[in-house]
Design a protein around this ligand. Structure first.
Ligand SMILES: [Zn+2]
Length: 367
């Protein structure tokens, strides 16, 4: 018998044990505090601490953006963002602006510097601020490659779970991207030290005007100049980082303010990584090993590898290869999720992400 609560009339609606006791947290409820910190080489970074309607009931999660964007990437104008979902699940949310962030002064960074200097400093800051001795990480794209380098090098022993989106140890890109990054990028780096999708709205000089003109001619898929520049800069799709069907209008417009400089130093390193089939250090940073794939990663953390099946920036094979690598070294510990209908960033920015992708990530974080 499923029963009715004692004393309640038989026709009263039964209380749903799973119903939320309060309304869900939305961006309006966020209390945001930007905390400055210094990377281990002295570079200024920030951590954005976000609190919701209720104090956290679980430990800290650090959330790490990709190249040429910023911590706000995870708070698009959706009714329910990934940050809302983390807060409602009780996590203590820390969004990192590492040296690739467009909220910081532009600098010619490499993945090595982020791995050796930024992520260890950020993790130490969060542990110190919260009093926790472990934390979890959700890392995206180049936030993920650099974080995985740090994990593999044994620099982040306090991190026990890493949810990685798009790419981690093994970058695999479409053939056109191999040409763009291998042939076009070295030519571009002779005339500009960085590329910026923001040029779509605000070109800076002759080179950027020419590039925007070329991109306009080859990317007829939409009328948003930054969206088209993003596709030129980061992949081979039209668009490259999401499907238009997955973005609502407000988010598609919002991205115009969310993409800016990415230095050619990054493309040079990523080109070598793509040629090698796995991440390759520059050799300029001592704390990192000569190879990230010659031995088992120096971490006991569990990796949750997420890939949009339609990703045209890094193919889903990127995460498949890293999963196979991890399986060889420590079978059964890690997991791989290939998401149909998703690409690169719509995993976080998609109009249906709140019901289609966030629950999977929350479930893995809570495991
Ligand atoms: Zn577009």
């Amino acid at each position: 018998m499923t029963g009715t609560p004692a004393g309640a009339p038989a026709d009263a609606p039964r209380p749903n044990r799973h119903a939320r006791r309060t309304r869900p947290t939305t961006r309006r409820d966020h209390v945001t505090e930007v905390q400055p910190l210094k990377a281990l080489d002295g570079r200024p970074l920030t951590l954005v601490h976000v609190q919701g309607r209720h104090p956290p009931t679980r430990g800290p999660v650090i959330v790490v953006h990709g190249a040429g964007v910023r911590a706000e990437l995870f708070r698009p104008p959706l009714p329910r963002t990934f940050v809302d979902a983390l807060l409602d699940d009780g996590w203590d949310v820390w969004l990192l602006n590492w040296r690739a962030s467009i909220d910081l002064d532009p600098v010619p960074w490499t993945l090595d510097q982020a791995a050796a200097y930024d992520h260890p400093a950020a993790v130490a800051h969060v542990l110190d601020a919260t009093g926790a001795d472990r934390l979890k990480a959700v890392v995206h794209c180049q936030g993920s490659t650099s974080f995985t380098m740090a994990m593999a090098a044994g620099l982040l022993p306090e991190v026990d779970t890493v949810v990685s989106n798009a790419v981690s140890l093994h970058p695999v890109v479409p053939r056109l991207s191999t040409f763009k990054i291998g042939t076009l990028a070295p030519l571009i780096s002779r005339v500009t030290p960085y590329l910026s999708p923001a040029w779509g709205d605000r070109p800076e000089g002759v080179v950027s005007r020419l590039m925007v003109w070329g991109v306009r001619a080859t990317h007829p898929e939409c009328r948003n100049p930054v969206c088209r520049m993003v596709s030129f800069t980061y992949g081979s799709g039209r668009p490259a980082l999401w499907s238009h069907a997955n973005l609502d209008e407000a988010t598609h417009e919002w991205i115009r303010g969310e993409f800016a400089e990415v230095p050619m130093t990054f493309f040079a390193q990523m080109n070598r990584c793509i040629q090698a089939g796995h991440l390759v250090p520059t050799g300029a940073v001592e704390a990192l090993p000569a190879s990230f794939v010659a031995r088992a990663p120096r971490t006991d953390a569990r990796f949750v590898l997420v890939a949009g099946r339609d990703n045209r920036c890094f193919l889903a094979d990127s995460q498949r290869r890293t999963f196979e690598f991890l399986q060889r070294h420590r079978p059964g510990r890690d997991s791989l999720h290939v998401l149909p209908g998703y690409g690169h960033l719509d995993v976080f920015l998609g109009r249906r992400a709140a019901t289609e992708t966030y629950p999977l990530i929350l479930e893995e974080l809570a495991r």
